[in-house]
Design a binder for this molecule. Structure first.
Ligand code: SAM
Length: 227
């Protein structure tokens, strides 16, 4: 069984011996791959829809991991609080949906569980939620799969809300502070945000709106990329 580079990057954030909750598991590829590598002490794989959970169940049964990986049909993390999870993966969903799932799960904050999040869209909104609501971003990484660029954010609750700039939301404070460790991915991240801002500025200029804020942000990201 092979994981693509996106799920491999998510898997790389799960420490040995973890008890993983994989929310929105679909085929259960992530917990199955980790279980086969002997990395899990246990897992709960959940999905809101029956069809993907049935497929997860079938794959888990066929791989002989039914005793290690439990499946639950539920919305987000609801009803999962009694599992002894150390890590929660939420991958392949929108950033706002991930934020909604975290907001409803108080035990995540009480038990300082590690979050491994791979949002598909609304990534700045998810970062804003984490910064404002007492989560420390402990790591960010990126992966390319099928020609698409993905971002993964690891965080843990420490109760400290953080100040941030627009640039932090777009690029990730962690990525800025560690940009020399993976310069290629950091440049890609910057280029993508510059493309988005260029389009936004074009649209605003068409409507004769003030673009000073966007232009300053554009310049700041361009400088960050060069520096
Ligand atoms: C695109 S798939 C991602 C599957 C896998 N996590 C991955 O990254 O490859 C999204 C999965 O999340 C499930 N899902 C969507 N909203 C959910 C929610 N609120 N709670 C649990 N699962 C959800 C969908 O049914 C679907 O199986």
């Amino acid at each position: 069984m092979k994981l693509d580079d996106r799920l491999l990057a998510v898997a790389s954030c799960v420490p040995d011996g973890a008890y993983l909750a994989d929310v929105g598991t679909d085929h259960a590829y992530l917990p199955l791959w980790l279980a086969k590598k002997g990395k899990l002490s246990g897992a709960v794989a959940s999905d809101i829809h029956k069809a993907p959970l049935d497929s997860a169940d079938k794959n888990i049964r066929e791989a002989g991991f039914s005793a290690l990986i439990h499946t639950v049909l539920t919305d987000g993390l609801q009803g999962l609080e009694d599992y002894p999870m150390t890590d929660i993966a939420i991958a392949g969903m929108g950033g706002l949906m991930i934020k909604g799932i975290l907001e409803k799960a108080h035990f995540v904050r009480e038990r300082h569980i590690r979050l491994i999040l791979q949002p598909m869209q609304h990534i700045p909104d998810l970062r804003r939620y984490l910064y404002e609501n007492g989560f420390a971003v402990t790591k960010e990484l990126q992966a390319t799969a099928d020609g698409k660029f993905y971002q993964i954010i690891c965080a843990v609750y420490d109760g400290i809300s953080r100040e941030y700039t627009e640039k932090d939301l777009l690029l990730g404070r962690y990525n800025i502070e560690h940009k020399t460790e993976n310069a290629e991915n950091f440049c890609r991240l910057c280029e993508r945000q510059l493309d988005v801002l260029r389009e936004k500025i074009k649209g605003l200029e068409k409507g004769s709106y003030d673009t000073r804020k966007e232009k300053a942000l554009y310049q700041s990201i361009a400088n960050e990329m060069k520096g």
